[in-house]
Design a protein around this ligand. Structure first.
Ligand code: UDP
Ligand code: MG
Length: 341
């Protein structure tokens, strides 16, 4: 398929600020690519065609090649050569979807940044609706799947997962929402200040706060190839989601510890009763053995719980997230001159 001709008038990477009194706004797309050679050209031409509907905006397309092994990079190079709005980041190996997004966010320059998949499951036309919501004042706009055309297993597990996560996580993660979303400059920069390693980007965005607006859409089928989220990767992402935003698993250990100690005490009382009052069925040595096993088991479980609660604290400290985010300061208060500088 031929590379689409690009209208350079509005799809321009370079902005001529001097000649324009009111600066045109730039919208960046962050586009992770992993082995998408069969569909990426079609994706790009559809995206460019969609953005033509907004000649009043400038666009930047940041493709992040996440260690593809199928010639995706060569195609991306061609796209960059024929379209100056394209910027390609080539990662040295496959770092995974969430890291690819992070790399793209770090190098996107837009006043608003849109993250979307490059397999046409997130329709490029929907991104224009995200832009409209941003223009009406929203700082974070997420695209929420009304329907999705995946296999029954994927649909079922995804459905269950989002609901379990919502129950366990300390923050309100919107259900049926992937990484397809728009963030303005402020929230993008805030997200970039989160540098934790095992990242669950959609959870981090949810934890930023601000007014978050949902735009419903119908998720399409993949144009080419098959999912790069096999069960193992999906489970890892799911685990990252739960462990990044909740210490419920650690708390469960503590509860298990308390329950074990209570049961151990009952068991010890039982062993003693048999030893003292029913000597005829008591086996020599059994009482001491029971007491020791139950006592040690209980103490170990409880200790694990205590250690777990410290590990939980260390974990949240290490994540080094901002303590709080101030959305707006109203008024200056006395002596505010200094604070406003
Ligand atoms: N992707 C990536 N690195 C990976 C896996 C996937 O950059 O290790 C990209 C992929 O090219 C696509 C997006 O992430 O643009 C979503 O991946 P996929 O479509 O395989 O996931 P699914 O839609 O099945 O959840
Ligand atoms: Mg997909």
């Amino acid at each position: 398929m031929a590379t689409p001709a690009i209208d350079r008038q509005h799809v321009g990477g370079e902005r001529d600020l001097a000649s324009e009194p009111s600066r045109r706004r730039l919208v960046s797309y962050v586009l992770p690519v992993y082995n998408e050679a069969d569909g990426i050209r079609e994706f790009h031409s559809r995206l460019v065609a969609a953005t033509r509907a907004r000649p009043d905006l400038d666009f930047q397309f940041v493709y992040v090649n996440d260690g593809s092994r199928d010639g995706s990079l060569e195609i991306l190079r061609e796209l960059a050569a024929s379209c100056e709005a394209v910027k390609v980041l080539d990662l040295s190996r496959n770092f995974g979807h969430q890291m690819a997004i992070t790399a793209g966010l770090d190098s996107a320059d837009g006043d608003a940044v849109i993250v979307m998949d490059t397999d046409l499951q997130d329709p490029p036309e929907v991104s224009l609706e995200l832009i409209s919501a941003w223009e009406s004042g929203a700082q974070i706009v997420y695209a929420q799947r009304r329907t999705r055309k995946d296999t029954a297993v994927k649909r079922l597990t995804a459905h269950a997962y989002y609901r379990v996560l919502r129950r366990f996580a300390d923050i309100d993660i919107p259900v049926d929402t992937g990484d397809f979303r728009l963030m303005d400059r402020t929230t993008t920069d805030l997200l970039r200040s989160h540098r934790e390693r095992n990242r669950f980007v959609r959870g981090l965005v949810a934890s930023l706060g601000f007014e978050q607006v949902a735009v419903p859409f119908n998720r399409d089928e993949r144009v080419a190839g098959s999912t790069h989220y096999p069960l193992t990767k999906m489970l890892r992402l799911a685990a990252d989601g739960v462990t990044s935003f909740s210490t419920v698993p650690l708390k469960l250990i503590t509860r298990l510890g308390v329950a074990t100690v209570v049961l151990a005490l009952l068991g010890i009382v039982y062993a003693l009763v048999i030893r003292l009052f029913l000597p005829e069925i008591s086996v020599p040595g059994w009482t001491l053995l029971m007491i020791m096993v139950l006592f040690l088991g209980g103490v170990q479980m409880l200790s694990l719980g205590v250690i777990g609660s410290y590990v939980g604290r260390i974990y949240t400290e290490v994540q080094a997230r901002p303590l709080y985010i101030v959305q707006e300061v109203v008024g200056r208060g006395h002596g505010g001159e200094r604070a406003q500088e």
